[in-house]
Design a protein around this ligand. Structure first.
Ligand code: NAP
Length: 272
C-alpha cells in the first residue's frame, strides 16, 4: 500500500510505520499539519493512495488553557489534510476519540450516538471529525479510546510510578476500552484496505475503570503494589472526562480483549 503516515512519531503513528515501512512515516519534526501549504506540497509530491493522520494534540487537561492550539492541531490541521487529499484523489483515514461523548449513557457508545463533548480536547476532536467528513471525498474517521503502548501511555506511567515508590491513587468511576496501539494500527489498515468510509469505532473488547487497568498492569508486570481506588472528585483535573468512555461498534469487530493485548504490550517491552 502506498501510504503516508502523519504524526509518525506518536504511539499509533509508530505502529503504522512498523506495518507500512519507514518511508511512509512523516513526523512532526518534518511537517506540521497546521501548515496547509506544506501539507499540500507533501501530498502532491508523494502521491500516496491513502493518508493516515495520527497527528493530534492529546494533552486533555492542558487543552483547557490552550484552546487555540488544540483547535489548530485537532480541527484545522485535519481539515488541511482532508482538503489536500480530496484535491489529489487520495483516501484519508483520520483518528478521533471517545471524548466526543459526554459519558452519560449506561451502555457503550456506538457510531450513531449523539456526540456532546465535555472538554476543549473533545470539542476540538469533534470539530476535526466534522471538518474532514465535510471537506474530504473518501474519508474514514476511526474513533478509539485509551490508546496504550507508547512510553507515555497509562500502563507505562503506572509502572514508572511503581518503580519510583509513589503511592498509587487511581480513579474508579471513569470507564474506557484500553486499546493497544499495535492492534489499532492493524485494524486501521484493514479498514483502509476494505475501503470503509464514514465514522467507525475501533476499540479493544471489554471496558474497565482506570484503577482496574492499573491493577492489571501491575499484575502483568509481575509486581505486587496496592492501588487505592478514588472517585473523580478526589483527583483534581482541569478537564471534565466522560464517566462512561466505553465504545462499541455497529460496523466493525472488536479488537482482541484489552487484557490479552496488555499482556503482549508489557512482554514485548521487557524483551531486550
Ligand atoms: N492516546 C489516547 O489515549 C487516545 C485516545 C483516544 C483517541 N486518540 C486519538 O488517536 C490518535 C493517535 O493518538 P496517539 O496516542 O498516537 O497520540 P500521540 O502519541 O500523542 O502522538 C501524536 C503525535 O502527533 C504529533 N503532533 C502534534 N502536533 C502536530 C502537528 N501540528 N503536526 C504534526 N504532528 C503533530 C506529536 O508530535 P510531538 O510529540 O512533537 O508533539 C505526536 O508525535 C489521535 O488522533 C488521538 O486523538 C488517542
Amino acid at each position: 500500500m502506498n501510504a503516508l503516515v502523519l504524526g509518525a512519531g506518536g504511539q499509533l503513528g509508530a505502529e503504522l510505520v512498523q506495518l507500512l515501512g519507514r518511508r511512509a512515516g512523516v513526523g512532526h519534526d518534518k511537517l506540521s499539519i497546521t501548515d496547509a501549504g506544506a501539507v499540500e506540497d507533501l501530498i502532491a509530491a508523494r502521491k500516496p493512495h491513502v493518508v493516515f493522520n495520527c497527528a493530534a494534540y492529546n494533552a486533555v487537561d492542558r487543552a483547557e488553557g490552550e484552546r487555540d492550539l488544540a483547535y489548530a492541531v485537532n480541527a484545522e490541521g485535519p481539515k488541511n489534510v482532508a482538503v489536500a487529499c480530496r484535491r489529489h484523489g487520495v483516501s484519508f483515514v483520520h483518528f478521533s476519540t471517545n471524548f466526543v461523548f459526554d459519558g452519560k449513557l449506561a451502555e457503550p457508545y456506538v457510531e450513531a450516538d449523539v456526540a456532546s463533548p465535555l472538554s476543549v480536547y473533545g470539542s476540538s476532536k469533534l470539530a476535526g471529525e466534522r471538518h474532514v467528513l465535510q471537506a474530504g471525498a473518501h474519508v474514514l474517521v476511526v474513533r478509539t479510546a485509551a490508546v496504550f503502548g507508547g512510553p507515555l501511555s497509562f500502563p507505562m506511567r503506572i509502572l514508572e510510578r511503581v518503580r519510583s515508590g509513589e503511592k498509587l491513587r487511581v480513579v474508579a468511576d471513569q470507564r474506557v476500552n484500553p486499546t493497544y496501539a499495535h492492534d489499532l494500527a492493524a485494524a486501521a489498515l484493514e479498514l483502509a484496505e476494505q475501503g470503509t468510509a464514514g465514522v467507525v469505532h475501533a476499540v479493544a473488547e471489554g471496558c474497565c475503570a482506570w484503577d482496574e487497568l492499573a491493577r492489571a498492569t501491575i499484575a502483568e508486570a509481575g509486581l505486587s503494589v496496592d492501588v487505592e481506588s478514588i472517585p473523580t472528585g478526589a483527583y483534581p483535573a482541569a478537564a471534565r472526562r466522560p464517566p462512561n468512555g466505553c465504545l462499541a461498534s455497529s460496523r466493525f469487530r472488536a479488537l482482541r480483549p484489552w487484557r490479552e493485548a496488555l499482556h503482549d504490550a508489557l512482554s514485548s517491552r521487557q524483551k531486550p
